[in-house]
Design a protein around this ligand. Sequence first.
Ligand SMILES: [Zn+2]
Length: 262
Amino acid sequence: MTKGLRVTAVNCGPLTLDKGVLMTGTSGTITIPTAAYIIEHPRHGLMLFDTGINYRVADPEDAEVYWGPGVRDAFGCSLTRDLAIDQQLDKLGYKPTDVKTVVLSHMHFDHAGGMCHFPHATFVVQKTELRYAWWPDAFSKAVYMYNDYKDTRDYRFVQLDGDIDLFDDGSVRLVTTPGHSPGHQSMILRLENRGTVCLGADSAHLQEAYRTLTCMPFDWSIEAETATYHRLRQLELAGMELVFSHDPEDFLKFPHDGDWAD
Ligand SMILES: [Zn+2]
């Protein structure tokens, strides 16, 4: 087992919206975090799993330009400048250039928003997701923000086509969990003390949705989503802790804001 792998979650974009947007058949107002994960690997340096919402959205006027008219309000986004990923790194004593690897679960606006800070890093994305983000179906266009990646054509991308043991040491594995988006992937971390943790990102928006096998209105494919729920269940049965990026309780119970899981 690799010694020294550790992870902390940060909230890169609180959203307040109707629960029905997150989980089909529900209602009522809910405030959710948008987790990004900062991971230290003893041999491969600093890594991110997702990058949150773009810093420009912290300014309501600029958000009208960056995201388009009314979008910030529609998603109840209350991002402040200090919550953007570059500032979250700064709070932990890191610079954006310290980040060697950025893994994106998928490329929706609340996960790919911070790509601009890491032009020097290697991005690890499922090829299906990368292609889909550049040309999404009309029904998913609202959640892919072209401004997040329009200037990234010259970035270094590792384009995956399936699962991978990222560093070939068993410490960080990526598993495909499509459904919410076509190339969605989750990250499995083998931590010495905490045990094995699956960062499920948006495989489900909420634990409640996953536990009840309920899909989400923004899902790309309900069939794929259902299969992903069953895949995650198998991982859980194998003894893995499973957390989702937008589940408020997951965020609070998982080490965050500089408290590390190792
Ligand atoms: Zn999301």
